[in-house]
Design a protein around this ligand. Structure first.
Ligand code: CDT
Length: 321
């Protein structure tokens, strides 16, 4: 059996602070047309895809800060993207900063949405692993103030769409094994992950040369260990003096990269993904029902002279050790 989904990566090059939302949406629309021409049913855009990566700045004035957030979706600036999606019959994943008016006040999230081929928003995700720091740290070449500007979202969920079970995550989430595993436990077959990753990591500059490697390592491990497709899409290049990695890629459930962007600019690449390939892994090496040992991942620990049985119960070893 085959269930093919043709997915496009809509990698973005840099967005400078002076670039208008309208100019960015025009770039997203151009890539959507290209993706459609290449046969894609869905295009995946990066994290915070409508503006420059503003957490690099310490911004004290709430009005100045909130100019980077969206209060509604779609809105006047993004409506052309939704209109084009409906006209072309193509879905999309889009990351943006969300300012949400909730019963207890205003909340700020790093958000992504999944939009179907009728241009309806069918799922929303709020980033769980919010990295960086919350206070101004002038010793850094640039800030990474996500912890100041975004609350953590409530968790990971899946959506039945595009002929399979889809999940969403954002940037730093991709480095955490739990992201993929929590989605896979919900039968996820494909996860979309937009990211903005500066090459320079101020607290750990030893990692700078490894930033592309760590990106791909995380995406490949997540795919293989959970028998799922992983679509990672960057906003890369030199943005307001800060260089960010590209390296967008689509990883098969085998862990193999089957499509990759080669520039750090606006670039569309497409892959035909068989969602049924997930079962090859989910029903064999990573058959969770058969092989996972949840009891062994909990808090039960054997003391000296005790051993954990395969079912997680403690039993006294015949010979203490
Ligand atoms: N956007 C985002 O989450 N970026 C982080 C940068 C490193 S944490 C300072 C990432 O994990 O790629």
């Amino acid at each position: 059996m085959s269930r093919y989904l043709t997915v496009a990566m809509g990698q973005l090059g840099p967005i400078q602070r002076a670039d208008s939302r309208a100019s960015v949406v025009a770039r997203l629309c151009a890539m959507m047309r290209e993706a459609k021409a290449l046969g894609a049913q869905l295009i995946v855009y990066p994290e915070l895809a409508l503006t420059t990566f503003f957490p690099r700045w310490y911004i004290e004035d709430p009005q100045e800060l909130h100019a980077f957030y969206e209060t509604t979706m779609p809105n006047a600036d993004t409506q052309p993207l939704f209109d084009l999606a409906r006209e072309l019959g193509i879905g999309f994943y889009l990351g943006y900063a969300e300012l949400a008016q909730e019963a207890d006040g205003l909340h700020q999230y790093n958000t992504s949405i999944l939009v179907n081929q009728q241009a309806e928003i069918i799922a929303k995700y709020r980033k769980v692993h919010v990295p960086g720091h919350s206070e101004h740290e002038p010793w850094r070449r640039f800030q990474h103030l996500e912890k100041r500007y975004f609350e953590s979202g409530p968790g990971f969920g899946v959506t039945e769409a595009f002929g399979g079970v889809m999940g969403m995550a954002l940037c730093n989430d991709r480095r955490w094994a739990e992201t993929y595993r929590v989605l896979a436990l919900q039968r996820c077959e494909m996860v979309f992950i937009g990211y903005n990753t500066p090459v320079h990591n101020a607290p750990a500059p030893q990692h700078d040369d490894l930033s592309l490697f760590h990106n791909q390592l995380s995406l490949q491990a997540g795919a293989y260990q959970n028998g799922m497709w992983v679509v990672g899409v960057a906003k890369g290049g030199l943005e307001e003096g800060v260089d960010s990695i590209g390296g967008s890629c689509i990883v098969a459930p085998s862990g193999e990269v089957i499509s990759r962007c080669i520039t750090k600019d606006d670039e569309v690449q497409v892959a035909r993904c068989d969602l049924d390939w997930c079962a090859i892994y989910k029903r064999t090496t990573f058959d969770f029902d058969l092989h996972r040992r949840p009891h062994a991942y909990g808090l039960i620990t054997a003391k000296k002279g005790e051993t954990l049985a395969a079912d997680g119960t403690l039993w006294q070893a015949a010979v203490g050790h």
